[in-house]
Design a protein around this ligand. Structure first.
Ligand SMILES: [Zn+2]
Length: 190
């Protein structure tokens, strides 16, 4: 069975901020946490950190600068003996004109994911919202949707699975009761 992905409130808030800050541009960052063990079949995402060293070509195309990539590899090696571990990356797919963001992995995303060989990749859809609020809720496909301020967010997390000796991304079930409770409490207040 595929592991689920438990996300701490702090990590989810950090990803919301990162996505929110640069909208309508794309954000990039990475997540830290704990891998599944024989006893518990889930990833625990404890932290999410934005990347500042970015090179933007278009709103929808953003890359780490070469220097950031190099430093990140070093950082990853240095923290490797410790916990929490680097589990993977996150990036946003902002709306484009009137188009709602697609939260599936693009061909480029899949290519990068396979090349990097990380455990997890988060894709966060963000679009503007005219009025009202939507409560945060886990969807039937395991993703997480809700609104924050005047934006709709859609969190998806993928892992690579072996499909007839081809690697393909599969969406994992998100578990985040504490974060959902806190986000829904914010909505009741404002
Ligand atoms: Zn993407």
């Amino acid at each position: 069975m595929l592991p689920t992905v438990h996300i701490r409130k702090e990590a989810l808030f950090a990803m919301i901020w990162s996505t929110f800050e640069v909208f309508k541009k794309e954000c990039l960052g990475f997540v830290l946490g704990y891998r599944p063990t024989a006893k518990r079949n889930y990833f625990l995402v404890t932290d999410a950190i934005s990347i500042a060293g970015l090179r933007r070509r278009l709103n929808t195309e953003v890359e780490w600068t070469r220097r950031t990539k190099r430093r990140f590899q070093r950082f990853r090696e240095l923290i490797n003996p410790m916990f929490p571990k680097h589990l993977g990356d996150f990036h946003s797919h902002p709306e484009w004109g009137d188009c709602k963001p697609l939260v599936i992995m693009s061909d480029f995303d899949i290519e990068q994911f396979i090349k990097n060989g990380y455990d997890l990749e988060f894709i966060i859809g963000i679009s503007s919202r005219r009025k009202g609020q939507v409560f945060w809720e886990i969807q039937a496909d395991g993703s997480l949707k809700g609104s924050f301020n005047s934006f709709n967010f859609h969190f998806n997390v993928y892992a690579l699975v072996n499909d007839n000796s081809n690697l393909k991304p599969e969406r994992l079930q998100i578990v985040a009761p504490e974060a959902i409770k806190a986000l829904n409490r914010i909505q009741l207040k404002y």
